[in-house]
Design a protein around this ligand. Structure first.
Ligand code: PLP
Length: 394
């Protein structure tokens, strides 16, 4: 008799043998610099909670107040049974924060990328996509049915060559992460904007890892480069530096009104919980009131970066607080993660297909909340574990 479970178990065994099987580990406290994972006290160095806002008292208070007033669930799609007030307040805050005409909140970053790309392009259009774009952008490209031309990572010359070849396309859309999630390097946005103008293309950027990290007040990489008005579609998440859950797109009034009418991942899904919107709105306020958080994040990142480089680890081309300790094979990444965990440091291994084959890594991300002592302990653990695995000398 055919048994689906037998096949699934075989697939899982194959993943296990290649050190590619993924397991959930239980977080028994908040996503904080020091917390408890699977029963062990650990220094958490792999979250995207860059500004340490996920359990900030002001966010918690805002969420609780929103629950008291609006309840927990949104009840329906925002277009069907009313769109909750806190979400509108958040959209107004996002417009000011991102210096944009209009904003639209989505259920998550994954949903936003799927919805925006599929709404804007289809058959007969061409998407130009960086080869290391986030999976949600890749899936949006696939689902759109547009032709997808993948350009070499951060390579404007290759992008230009592909733009030249696609002269007769109806609509052209260049899509890129602004800060790359697994490498921590940044897209050449200035060059991309110039090329877009030259070849009549639109630009969409995903600022998931740039918001709260780059730019004045943490407004993102486009803001850091003064390109807010040059980039038509700017997407970001509420779930990383902003410590909440959900995502948004900012752009022109026409763009946002079109998305309200055509983005299927906005239309056919329930609106975000009022507590998430209220918490994200509070995060924007905390970020403005406590600018030292961004400074502290960068100081912590540069301390950790210097220590890891001095020890002899390979950090690729990172120029952000995302520090990829690239080790190559999945089993080595897994073993390094395991040894760190035994020493009270939690950094999970990032393996294919999340990153290209042969580039498995530990993606190390300090937050503004880590103390110098915690970073020192983590560095010692890295040095010990790295020596045991012969990744570094000594
Ligand atoms: C995390 C992430 C997303 C997805 O956002 P969620 O809100 O977690 O669904 C999209 N793009 C990039 C670059 C990301 O890192």
């Amino acid at each position: 008799m055919y048994r689906l479970d037998d096949e699934l178990r075989q697939s899982l065994d194959a993943l296990e043998q290649q050190s590619l099987r993924r397991y959930l580990r239980v977080l028994e406290g908040p996503s904080a610099p020091q917390t408890k994972v699977n029963g062990r006290e650990v220094i958490l160095l792999c979250s995207n909670n860059y500004l340490d806002l996920a359990d900030h008292p002001a966010l918690k208070r805002a969420a609780i107040e929103a629950v008291e007033r609006y309840g927990v669930g949104a009840g329906a799609s925002r277009l069907v049974a009313g769109s909750l007030e806190p979400v509108h307040e958040l959209e107004q805050s996002l417009c000011r924060f991102k210096k944009a005409e209009a904003a639209l909140v989505f259920g998550s970053g994954y949903l936003a990328n799927l919805g925006v790309i599929t709404a804007l392009v289809g058959r007969g259009d061409v998407i130009f996509s960086d080869e290391l774009n986030h999976a949600s952008l890749i899936d949006g490209c696939r689902l759109s049915r547009a032709t997808v031309r993948i350009y070499r990572h951060c390579d404007p010359d290759h992008l230009e060559a592909l733009l030249k070849e696609s002269g007769d396309a109806r609509r052209k859309l260049i899509v890129t992460d602004s800060v790359f999630s697994m490498d921590g390097d940044v897209a050449p946005l200035r060059e991309i904007v110039v090329l877009a103008k030259r070849y009549g293309a639109s630009v969409m950027i995903d600022e998931a890892h740039a918001v709260g990290v780059f730019g004045p007040g943490g407004a993102g990489l486009a803001s850091a480069l003064g390109l807010e008005s040059e980039i038509e579609i700017r997407m970001g998440t509420l779930s990383k530096a902003l410590g909440s859950y959900g995502a948004y797109v900012v752009g022109s009034r026409a763009l946002i009104d079109f998305l309200i009418n055509r983005a299927r991942s906005f239309i056919y899904t329930t609106g975000i919980s009022p507590l998430m919107a209220a918490a994200a709105n509070a995060a924007l306020k905390v970020m403005a009131d406590e600018p030292q958080r961004i400074k502290q994040l960068w100081q912590n990142a540069s301390h950790l970066r210097a220590g890891l480089l001095k020890a002899g680890f390979n950090l690729g081309h990172s120029s952000s607080p995302i520090l990829p300790v690239i080790v190559g094979e999945s089993d080595v990444a897994f073993a390094l993660g395991q040894k760190l965990y035994e020493r009270g440091v939690f950094v999970s291994a990032i393996r294919p297909p999340t990153v290209p084959w042969g580039t498995a890594r530990l993606r190390v991300t300090p937050t503004a909340g880590h103390t110098r002592a915690q970073l020192e302990r983590a560095l010692s653990a890295f040095v010990e574990a790295g020596r045991e695995l012969r990744l570094i000398d000594g």
